[in-house]
Every structure is written in structure tokens, then in C-alpha cells.
Design a protein around this ligand. Structure first.
Ligand SMILES: Nc1nc2c(ncn2[C@@H]2O[C@H](COP(=O)(O)OP(=O)(O)OP(=O)(O)O)[C@@H](O)[C@H]2O)c(=O)[nH]1
Ligand SMILES: [Zn+2]
Length: 359
């Protein structure tokens, strides 16, 4: 007898659908109790419709709440009671720090203490992984529940968002490069609907020896525009050239733009940096951790490619620790000190002072 095939979406597939919904401005149903929308994409019409359902709650991360001087009773997040007269401009101003300095007083804000924060936490997790501002509006689910909305169980969302993706190789081909003629690009696709990541293999590295390796996080501004605000472009170039000169190496190009917050949020962070905040403070004011990257991916891809030990090109001790924790032996840390300019002096100094980078 054949095994019956279930054609409906799995919980992981539903999470991906929910991310797309939130990006469109659609509500999703959480645990059959609440509707959640992302503040960033919420329209005035939908806000009006949600308001008719009952009291609204705004979920923000503890970082954002701290900036707004709102009390945090739920560890990593705060649930703010939305006043009846609050409009979309009020919600947006709480979600987005762009005008914090111009319009500093948003409160007084009342944080909720009672009840469970699991739904709010799941909503924020979905917003973050949809690369939206981490701010969600929650409304009571009406009966009968609206049709056609994606419905998820909040505890399952939290569990799946923190679980590790499995990667499958999709395609690979030879790409001769300026830095190394013997180059090969491998594409890997995760099973969780996240972005594809790439591996640039140079030469034919011996799998029995530590390979010269670099974990490079995507930086559109540095890699493509030649931005002088960071050191990514020159680091990418220098790493590939060193691998070319040695005749072997592997560079993982991880699509974790802006330390995992996405390019739009990174530009929001840059605009805060223009107002005087440093790279870490800017992330926090937006409601993000200073580094939102999933560092397990690098180790998983190295293993997939058959490597178990590396000589790692990095100045970031967290990358070394992460690889070691996830089963890749780091035999040597190879410093990568290129690309200093007067525009990124402060940025590099902040990374050294606050994120433990070695100068
Ligand atoms: N959020 C945010 N991301 C930034 C900023 N400047 C650069 N980035 C991102 O930071 C990441 C750079 O990380 P990596 O090149 O891996 O560097 P690292 O963690 O500092 O470690 P090493 O370069 O290996 O020493 C890229 O994803 C950039 O897009 C910033 O000001 N804010
Ligand atoms: Zn960069």
C-alpha cells in the first residue's frame, strides 16, 4: 500500500506564508486567540478594522522599549496597551526610531504585566525574520474567525524559528575569477524557506587538512557599492586573493545582510548613525540585538562541503567560538586587517570595544 501524501502546508511552510502575509500588511492568526499585524506594513483601513475588535496591544522588543522608557515585564519584550485615540502615526513612531530625536516624547506608555507573552513573542519573531521592524500589533480574534488568514500556533512558531535549518546543495559550476582562476560556486538552499547561501571554493582543498576559510556576511553597500563606512569590500577581496595565492580555500557568502537585519533595516541603522548613534546603539534603538545572525549556518555549510577543520580569516572571536561549538575545529585564526578609512575608523573602534573584535 502507498503511504498517503499530505498536500496541505506544514507548520514550517505556514511560517513562510505568514512572513509573506506580514510583509503585505495582512494579519495572521496566532494560537486561535489573536490577530497579529506588522506595524511597518499596516494600512489605516486595516487599523480601523482591527480597532473594532477590541483592545489593541503593541508588542515591542525590550531594546526598543528601553529607548522609549516603557517598562519591560516579559524579559525580551514589552506589551504596550494601545490608547483608544492612538492612530497609525502613533504606532509608527513607536515602531520606528527615525524621528526619536525630533519628537522624543511618545509616552506615557503603559506596559501590560498580566497574561502570557508567547503570542507577542511569536509575532515579533515573525516580523524580524520577515526583515520588518520588530513591532507587531495584536488584536482579539473575532468569532467567527475571518477566512483565508494564515493560522499558526505561537509556541510552535517560537520552536521552529530557533531550530537549525538543513541545507541541500542545489547547483555548482566553475567560475574563473580575477582573484583565482580555479574558482567554483556552490549554491545551498535551506529547508526552512530562508535565503540561499553560497560557497566559493578555490582550487581543490584537501579535506584532510585545515582549509583557509572565510565566513563573509553579505554587505550590499560594502561588497557592491564600495562603501567606505565598513571594511567588507576590501575584506572580501583580500580573502579571495589570499586563497588564490595559496591555491586553495573556501569563502562562504552568507546572505545575512546587515548582521541579519536586512538591507532596509541596515539603512535605517545608517540613518541613526548619521544622527550620532554608533553601530550597536543604532541596532538597539531599532529593536534588534547588535548581531542577529544565525552563526550555525557557516558550520553546517562547511560540513556539507566535507571540511572539518579550518584556518579562519577573521577578526571576530565570536565566529571562532561558534565554529568550534558546532563541530568545526579552528586550527588557526588568520587576521584580516584591510580597508581602514577615515569613514570607518569609529565603526571599527566600536566593534572592538563592544563586540570584542580584535583590532
Ligand atoms: N546592522 C548593521 N550591520 C552592518 C553595519 N555595518 C556593516 N554591517 C553588516 O555587518 C556584516 C559584516 O560582517 P562580517 O564581515 O562577517 O564581519 P564581522 O562579524 O565583523 O567579522 P570579521 O570581518 O570576520 O572580523 C555584514 O552583514 C554587513 O552588512 C552596521 O552599521 N549596522
Ligand atoms: Zn559592510
Amino acid at each position: 500500500m502507498e503511504t498517503p501524501v499530505f498536500l496541505g502546508p506544514s507548520p514550517l511552510e505556514l511560517i513562510n506564508r505568514a512572513r509573506a502575509d506580514l510583509r503585505l500588511g495582512l494579519p495572521v492568526v496566532l494560537s486561535g486567540q489573536m490577530l497579529a499585524v506588522a506595524v511597518e506594513t499596516l494600512s489605516p483601513e486595516r487599523l480601523e478594522a482591527l480597532r473594532r475588535l477590541g483592545p489593541l496591544t503593541l508588542a515591542l522588543t525590550a531594546w526598543r522599549a528601553e529607548t522609549l522608557k516603557a517598562r519591560v515585564y516579559d524579559d525580551d519584550l514589552a506589551r504596550i496597551a494601545v490608547p483608544e485615540e492612538a492612530d497609525l502615526a502613533w504606532l509608527r513612531a513607536l515602531a520606528d526610531p527615525a524621528d526619536d530625536l525630533r519628537v522624543p516624547m511618545k509616552g506615557p506608555l503603559t506596559s501590560l504585566r498580566d497574561g502570557d507573552a508567547t503570542l507577542a513573542r511569536a509575532a515579533i519573531g515573525l516580523c524580524k525574520t520577515a526583515q520588518l521592524l520588530p513591532a507587531a500589533l495584536l488584536a482579539p480574534l473575532p468569532t467567527p474567525a475571518p477566512e483565508g488568514l494564515t493560522a499558526l500556533a505561537a509556541p510552535q512558531v517560537l520552536q521552529l524559528l530557533s531550530s537549525e535549518a538543513a541545507f541541500a546543495p542545489v547547483a555548482a559550476a566553475r567560475v574563473p575569477m580575477r582573484a583565482a582562476e580555479r574558482g567554483r560556486l556552490h549554491i545551498f538552499r535551506p529547508d526552512d524557506g530562508g535565503p540561499e547561501h553560497y560557497a566559493i571554493e578555490i582550487g581543490s582543498p584537501d579535506r584532510a587538512q585545515p582549509v583557509l576559510a572565510r565566513l563573509h556576511s553579505a554587505c550590499f553597500t560594502g561588497d557592491v557599492m564600495g562603501s567606505l563606512k565598513c571594511d567588507c569590500g576590501p575584506q572580501l577581496d583580500a580573502a579571495l586573493h589570499q586563497m588564490g595565492a595559496e591555491g586553495a580555500g573556501v569563502l562562504l557568502y552568507l546572505n545575512q545582510e546587515g548582521r541579519g537585519i536586512g538591507l532596509a533595516n541596515k539603512m535605517r541603522a545608517y540613518s541613526l548613525q548619521d544622527q550620532g548613534f554608533d553601530t550597536v546603539e543604532a541596532n538597539h534603538r531599532l529593536g534588534f540585538e547588535d548581531d542577529e545572525r544565525d552563526f550555525r549556518i557557516g558550520a553546517a555549510l562547511l560540513k556539507k562541503l566535507g571540511f572539518s577543520s579550518v584556518r579562519l580569516l577573521t577578526n571576530n572571536p565570536a565566529k571562532v567560538r561558534m565554529l568550534e561549538t558546532h563541530g568545526i575545529a579552528v586550527r588557526e585564526r588568520v587576521p584580516l586587517k584591510v580597508g581602514k578609512s577615515r569613514h570607518n575608523e569609529a565603526y571599527l573602534a566600536t566593534k572592538a570595544a563592544k563586540s570584542g573584535h580584535l583590532l
